[in-house]
Design a protein around this ligand. Structure first.
Ligand code: SF4
Length: 288
């Protein structure tokens, strides 16, 4: 199978009902094989204005058998061309944990990875709302050792959350669940930094977000923080725009400074009034 890994082709494929697609990922730095649980239409309980999945309909339904077959074929195609598979990633046209097929698909993908691309990692890109469902919380907790969970956290305040994610779920409720989960299972936090209607995140938002990440690091098992900017402008998305690279770097540097303060035991963390000292500060990476 020929591999098409450009973002444009990738979008076309996703909107044409594919279940498995290869894509070059700037975050994993190589070939990522995406699994799409929603081939027929976009399904997400967030409505992020910067989202690269636009509303569409295709005459396609998800099937675990088909997904497994396609996954094996795409991985075999990559290996035949000597392209290493960096990760197998649940992402696609929406929030993966909303699909009733997610638990079975996760089991199958895990098996295929172990059999065909054992050097790759299994990744779930999620907006975190699945953690509010007890069965998803338990499933992810049980599989966290073998699954890299990349959790979206675009805001520190309810106000910016409303603008960035446009979701009805109360911000406080979601954050409480993310704190509970990250205390028991390792997660990578992903934060999109962009302007909305020409407006950058307010200073207060930036400070509260930073404090929130510090609390998560102090009270939980943060693997990494990924800050990323809006890379590809799309005509369907007039609301958001990129912020200067220096702004993203400044935010990352400020966070690194706070995390290193905890490591050196200089920063009292608010979390449950405890004094926390990290053994290792999670890396903070920027993707432009
Ligand atoms: S959570 Fe992801 S899929 Fe859902 S709207 Fe936001 S960016 Fe798009």
């Amino acid at each position: 199978m020929a591999l098409s890994i450009s973002p444009v082709e990738n979008r076309r494929e996703r909107e044409n009902g594919v279940l498995v697609y290869p894509v070059y990922s700037r975050r994993s730095g190589g070939l990522s094989v995406g699994i799409n649980l929603f081939p027929g239409k976009k399904s997400c309980n967030f409505d992020c204005p910067y989202c690269e999945v636009f509303p569409f309909t295709a005459n396609a339904v998800f099937s675990c058998d088909q997904m497994e077959e396609d996954l094996r074929e795409v991985i075999a195609g990559a290996l035949k061309q000597n392209i290493p598979v960096r990760d197998i990633c649940f992402s696609g046209n929406g929030e993966p944990t909303l699909s009733p097929a997610f638990p079975e698909a996760l089991k199958r993908a895990s098996r295929v990875r172990a059999e065909t691309a054992p050097a790759s990692v299994l990744v779930l890109i999620t907006n975190g709302t699945g953690l509010l469902q007890p069965h998803i919380f338990s499933l992810l907790q049980d599989t966290a050792a073998a699954l890299n969970i990349w959790l979206k956290l675009d805001a520190g305040t309810p106000c910016w959350y409303k603008k960035m994610n446009r979701c009805e779920i109360a911000f406080e409720k979601l954050i409480a669940k993310i704190k509970e989960f990250s205390a028991v299972a390792p997660v990578t936090i992903q934060t999109m930094l962009c302007a909305i209607d020409g407006e950058s995140p307010p200073d207060e938002e930036a400070q509260v977000w930073e404090q929130l990440i510090v609390e998560l690091a102090a009270g939980g098992k943060l693997r990494k923080v990924q800050i990323y900017g809006k890379a590809r402008p799309a005509p369907e998305d007039p609301k958001t725009s990129s912020l200067p690279a220096e702004y993203l770097e400044e935010r990352a540097e400020s966070l690194r400074g706070k995390l290193h303060c905890i490591m050196r035991g200089k920063l009292r963390c608010n979390m449950r009034g405890m004094f926390a000292v990290l053994q290792n500060a999670p890396p903070v990476e920027v993707y432009l």
